[in-house]
Ligand binder design. Structure first.
Ligand SMILES: [Zn+2]
Ligand SMILES: [Zn+2]
Length: 232
């Protein structure tokens, strides 16, 4: 049992963290007997996640909670299937919960919605800033969506950053402002992330950042107002 608890699902990043890449990254995090799934990818059948657990010979029943960084379909696509089949509680920030469970209509333009049908899922746990989920602290970083969060492990200096900060070609960046509810807030949220003690960043898109996080984030904070807020 002890060896099973230490096994990683997905490509190992650092001790306890596995990455399941796809259109959006999903991660597994294991500490002691607790296993969390952070984001669920695009596929409504959660295929890549189911495959990753199968490849590791890990029963999916080991997942104790599913944590969403925000409601976008490339992150919550597989949630409905997993909640239905595993009966795992799904957690996300209270501001994004109505989009995840379908109480609020998806504001995505119709044309995009035709390609990215959202499958809603019941939210068992509505999170707020400062909440703890096992060893992880919820930090509200609104802007990309109203309820975007990052999950911070203060002791291990690990950050699951969702789409609040992503990686592209060795740099940190943010998704295009066309996808953001409030680009101004998204830029402000970078300063909130800068206050956190982070060595390993696990982004929703791009590859994990395991060194130089602080200078890379400082560079983004410097560029962000021009890149994301300048208006013609
Ligand atoms: Zn997003
Ligand atoms: Zn995304």
């Amino acid at each position: 049992m002890a060896t099973e608890a230490r096994k990683t699902v997905g490509s190992p990043v650092v001790e306890g963290v596995g990455r399941i890449p796809g259109l959006g990254n999903c991660y597994t995090y294991c500490e002691g007997d607790e296993m969390f799934l952070i984001d669920t990818g695009f596929s409504r059948r959660a295929k890549s996640i189911v495959r990753a657990f199968g490849d590791s010979n890990m029963p999916m029943a080991r997942v104790g909670k599913i944590l969403l960084t925000h409601w976008h379909v490339d992150h919550m696509g597989g949630a409905a299937h997993l909640v239905e089949n595993l009966h795992v509680p799904l957690a996300c920030h209270a501001n994004d919960a109505p989009f995840v469970d379908g109480r609020t209509k998806d504001p995505t333009p119709l044309l995009m919605r035709l390609f990215m049908r959202v499958h809603h899922a019941p939210v068992a746990i509505s999170l707020k800033d400062g909440d703890r989920v096992g060893p992880l602290v919820v930090v509200h970083t609104p802007g990309h969506t109203p309820g975007s969060v990052v999950y911070h492990h203060p002791a291990r200096k690990i950050l699951f950053s969702g789409d609040s900060v992503v990686e592209r070609k060795g740099h940190l960046t943010m998704p295009g402002t066309g996808f953001a509810t409030s680009p101004d807030q998204a830029v402000q949220s970078l300063s909130r992330i800068r206050e956190l003690d982070v060595e390993v960043m696990l982004p929703g898109h791009g590859v994990p950042v395991t060194s130089n996080f602080v200078p890379l984030l400082d560079d983004l904070i410097k560029r962000a107002p021009v890149e994301f807020l300048s208006r013609p």
